[in-house]
Design a protein around this ligand. Structure first.
Ligand code: NAD
Ligand code: KPL
Length: 305
């Protein structure tokens, strides 16, 4: 009997995973905030996955945070700023051998979650897949990509990676998951805040090459200083490549600001600046970028943390 995949955070990425796992015949349960959300979900008749323009409804089982049954495998798909609190709520339900898979972008939230559940194995993930919701309980699979998973304190891959293979979730076990997360963080720091400040698509940054290059140099210095030289390698070239490859897209932070949603700034640029301060590094452009972004968020009435 397969272990049930409990999915905490029935948003874009969580439902994308849930829909594919359930489609492969694996046991999945969505964990919703409260009874009202559960009733709304049940009234909708399930979850709709839209892939290649085709919509498919699946009646995936759901429960609330307060359901008393134990949890052995938990996919945490909340935003970085919600993850630790949401997991703390579920801590009493976790079995002694529980495993958590943390899908959060950026850094900082993973340690905050792990601190809530010291007995559990926490597996970090970094994903280049893309999904968005185009309605309640509907998710659109927008960008095919890859998910790397790894465990900083235990290098052996878990056997349930086979579930991902059977579900068609492209993935790889990574011995250097922190390097992957740092590299993605650096890319996001070099691109996302500037797209917000210049109010442009990613491709618009081709008009701001000097600013991008200066940030890449400072981010490279930070990565070297905190023991991540591999994440610093050819950073500027990769940032330029991503800008070109995603020129027509708005960055996720730009989309959040446009939609008046809270950003994950504290787990991206905020985290980078915090680590730089800890290492007493002088990175004036990075700190100035953070200050400009915070001011813009405050002007828009959005949280700046
Ligand atoms: P989302 O906002 O669509 O989904 C998060 C969900 O968590 C929401 O439905 C929210 O209601 C729920 N939630 C928050 N607190 C909760 C609680 N206490 N109990 C129950 N549910 C709770 O976010 P997303 O876009 O799926 O992103 C999740 C994470 O994955 C982020 O860190 C993001 O950066 C990362 N990520 C997303 C994508 C993507 O394409 N969406 C791609 C790569 C990485
Ligand atoms: O991950 C991204 C995002 O928008 O969050 C890219 C496309 C790499 C830009 O930083």
């Amino acid at each position: 009997m397969s272990t049930t995949w409990h999915v905490l955070g029935a948003g874009s990425l969580g439902t994308l995973w849930a829909a594919r796992l359930a489609r492969a015949g694996l046991p999945v349960r969505l964990i919703l905030r409260d009874q009202a959300r559960l009733q709304a979900y049940q009234a909708a008749g399930g979850l709709t996955l839209v892939e290649h323009g085709q919509a498919c409804v699946q009646a995936i089982a759901a429960e609330t945070l307060d359901t008393p049954t134990p949890i052995k495998r938990l996919l945490v798909a909340c935003k970085a700023y919600d993850a630790a609190q949401a997991v703390a709520h579920l801590a009493p339900r976790l079995s002694a051998d529980a495993e958590l898979i943390l899908l959060q972008n950026g850094l900082g939230s993973q340690d905050a979650v792990a601190a809530q559940v010291p007995q559990a194995r926490c597996i970090f993930a970094s994903s280049t897949e893309g999904a968005f919701r185009d309605g309640d309980w509907r998710v659109v699979f927008a960008g095919h990509g890859y998910t790397w998973l790894g465990d900083v304190s235990h290098p052996v891959a878990p056997p349930w990676l086979d579930d991902l293979t059977h579900s068609g979730i492209p993935h790889e076990w990574s011995a250097d998951i922190l390097t992957r997360l740092w590299r993605k963080l650096a890319l996001n720091c070099a691109i996302n805040p500037l797209t917000v400040l210049h109010d442009c698509r990613n491709g618009g940054l081709q008009q701001h090459q000097c600013e991008v290059a200066t940030l890449c140099a400072e981010l490279g210095e930070l990565l070297e200083c905190c023991g991540q030289p591999a994440a610093a390698q050819d950073l500027q070239q990769e940032v330029e490549r991503v800008i070109q490859a995603t020129a027509a897209n708005y960055s996720s932070m730009h989309q959040d600001v446009t939609s008046q949603r809270r950003t994950e700034i504290s787990y991206l640029l905020g985290y980078a600046c915090k680590v730089a301060t800890r290492h007493q590094l002088t990175l004036p452009h990075l700190f100035q970028l953070q200050q400009r972004l915070i001011e813009l968020l405050q002007q828009r009435g959005l949280p700046s943390d």
